[in-house]
Ligand binder design. Structure first.
Ligand code: SF4
Ligand code: SF4
Length: 419
């Protein structure tokens, strides 16, 4: 978008203030510049020359503190695409000033390379299991590293990719051939989700291929690093184009919506856009896919009260809302209870919780308090980034309730039948 187009879009904001009702950063801060209306006003003032993007650090702060959760856009009567405008400004900052060093190390240095993520997971596992953690903590260092450490779950010994030879089976007369897009968070930090996805798909007569993909590029995109985002997108598109599956399955709402966003990313490159469209049509959230194929209902019991948190990328980007709830309701013994503000962002937003911990924790506490009011013993969600944030919230609130993907509960219910 050029300046004139951005201005035209900004003019659509009639300042009604309806975005205040749904914007998580405004709900916890009460600050007018922490809501879509205020953020849009800052962008407009900068474009019209009343403020300067580069000379007012507060503008950058309010722009970066947006969660890109899309709640404002979904509820805006004028359809102002605030997250898109925010992304444009972030792209401007990244292209003129470069990525901040911590983000550069984390995103380009680690997330862009599967082998490096794997190495970091292994090192972090050693760190968690030995006395090094206590020693580091005793130094009292309060830095980005410690904030990331606070958030990390108890890491699995093996990545999902490392377990594939044991997990993948040849299915006799499969009904579907599916590609499983194994994202880096599930692969490295929440392998139990990936294992459950594979088991459930195989139980439902799917022959699975796991392509050798990279990170979807979500962290790079959210930081405005469009160059690296494109590089990763091209690699993934080429890898997925080698296959001809019935569906490309995602168990991470973020990966799913980013794979679909590749279409817009290549709006000026028709060759890649054509490919991106073909891929996007096949991308399916695991719960939606299972409902679509009429998944097997022979299950054992799980006696629990469960409530569901809608990941922003699930409910507002992929339009997935009912399917995970249908899966949960189908499990004998599970009582599904709705919580207040189930679709409000949890404050995780990728690495937002590491870089903006104060706001993130305020938003998280609101979510956990809503969870507590349900009396549920399990919090279900369909995004590993939310799982990390919500599990951290449980720790902060001294709760022991697990955070589970619906597919993990479904896999457990299948296992319970077999016992
Ligand atoms: S809801 Fe939309 S039109 Fe209303 S103030 Fe917010 S951004 Fe502007
Ligand atoms: S995207 Fe979310 S955090 Fe950002 S302005 Fe809109 S509602 Fe607020």
């Amino acid at each position: 978008m050029n300046k004139n187009v951005i201005l035209e879009v900004l003019m659509k904001c009639n300042r009604c203030g309806l975005c205040q009702e749904v914007c998580p950063t405004y709900r916890v801060s009460g600050n007018e510049f922490a809501v879509a209306r205020g953020r849009n006003r800052l962008i407009r003032m900068a474009i019209e020359g009343q403020l300067e993007f580069d000379k007012e650090p507060e503008i950058e702060q309010f722009i970066n503190e947006c969660l890109l959760c899309k709640a404002c856009e979904t509820n805006c009567p004028s359809g102002v695409p605030t997250p898109e405008l925010i992304s444009q400004v972030r792209e401007y900052y990244t292209s003129t000033k470069g990525l901040p060093i911590a983000k550069k190390i984390m995103y380009r240095g680690v997330f862009s390379h599967n082998k490096r993520i794997d190495l970091v997971r292994r090192l972090a596992k050693v760190y968690q299991k030995t006395g090094i953690k206590t020693l580091v903590r005793m130094t009292g260092v309060n830095n980005i590293f410690n904030k990331a450490d606070d958030m990390l779950p108890d890491l699995p010994k093996n990545s999902v990719r490392g377990q594939l030879p044991m997990l993948l089976k040849n299915i006799h007369q499969p009904k579907y051939k599916v590609a499983y897009f194994l994202g880096c968070s599930v692969n490295n930090f929440f392998s139990s989700i990936g294992v459950a996805t594979i088991k459930v798909l195989q139980k439902n007569s799917c022959q699975i291929i796991v392509p050798d993909v990279n990170c979807c590029g979500a962290p790079h995109n959210s930081a405005g690093d469009q160059r690296e985002f494109k590089r990763l997108a091209i690699k993934n598109l080429k890898e997925l184009a080698k296959l001809d599956p019935d569906a490309i399955i995602v168990d991470c709402s973020t990966c799913g919506s980013i794979l679909k966003e590749y279409v817009g990313l290549f709006e000026n490159e028709p060759e890649y856009q054509k490919l991106a469209k073909q891929i996007a049509e096949k991308v399916k959230d695991i719960s939606s896919f299972l409902i679509e194929i009429g998944f097997k209902k022979e299950m054992g019991e799980i006696k629990a009260r469960v409530t569901y948190h809608d990941p922003c990328h699930g409910v507002r980007f992929l339009n997935v809302q009912e399917a995970p709830r249908e899966i949960l309701k189908s499990i004998p013994g599970i009582e599904l209870i709705e919580m207040n503000e189930a679709d409000m962002c949890c404050g995780g937003a990728g690495s937002y919780s590491i870089f903006y911990p104060k706001l993130s924790r305020q938003i998280l506490s609101r979510k956990i308090n809503n969870f507590k009011k349900t009396g549920a013993s399990i919090l279900a969600t369909s995004c590993p980034a939310c799982t990390m944030q919500l599990s951290f919230g449980m720790k902060l609130h001294e709760l022991t309730s697990p955070v589970k993907h619906p597919v993990e509960l479904l896999a457990e219910a299948y296992d319970n039948k077999a016992k």
